[in-house]
Write a protein that binds this ligand. Sequence first.
Ligand code: PGA
Length: 254
Amino acid sequence: MTNPSRRALIAGNWKMNNTVRECVALALAVSAQGRPGPRTDVVLAPMFTALLAVSEALKGTGVAVAAQDVHWEEAGAFTGEVSAAMLEDAGCTYCLVGHSERRHGLGETDQVVYRKLQALLRHGLTPIACVGETLAEREGGITYQVLGRQLDALLEGASEAVFGGVVLAYEPVWAIGTGRTASPRDAQTAHAFLRDRVRHRLADAADRVRILYGGSAKADNAAELLAQPDVDGLLVGGASLDAASFARIIQAAG
Ligand code: PGA
């Protein structure tokens, strides 16, 4: 398993799928079937409209709820947006920021992702901040330049105390929803790069920050990815929509 000094985290990103009722049923099935070990946390990220219902259904189960996005302002004239305080009110304790489908599909910049991260930290929500290179960037040999730039933006003004509680997710864009997974070795190399880069700025936080791998993670490859020393968990898209397969991934974390 992963480094014993950090708790494992298995996160399900349901993206824009399911009705509210289907989300509640899936959440209850995951909590019934996926029995996490004592050092593993589980979090589910439904769409905004299901957050409250899923949080209420999961009360007392130990499974946490994440939102998939947040706005950086507290309240006001921001049509269509949801603030960190509203996520907290709906029962969330985690929230994704900087997912590639937002960076690349919706044009979110490093600066926008940073502001969202700060809004979550102000409210005591745990950010799951995603970074990752596209296929063109990997083939162009600039993977580490891209990862470094995305991470440095998140580290702006960061303190040891606060950044240690942040979760990072390495999600190579070419592996998301494609069935192509980074090899355990490539994932470990990227995770070690990210941790070293955090260490450069924040020596103590580096050993506490949890780094998840995401990109076609599934029951069949979970164990070998989780066996890498710097892979602290998984951010799972497609395979999290099926309770039985997600339960197997939770079990792979030990
Ligand atoms: P995937 O998605 O597991 O379907 O590749 C992962 C993610 O986008 O978080």
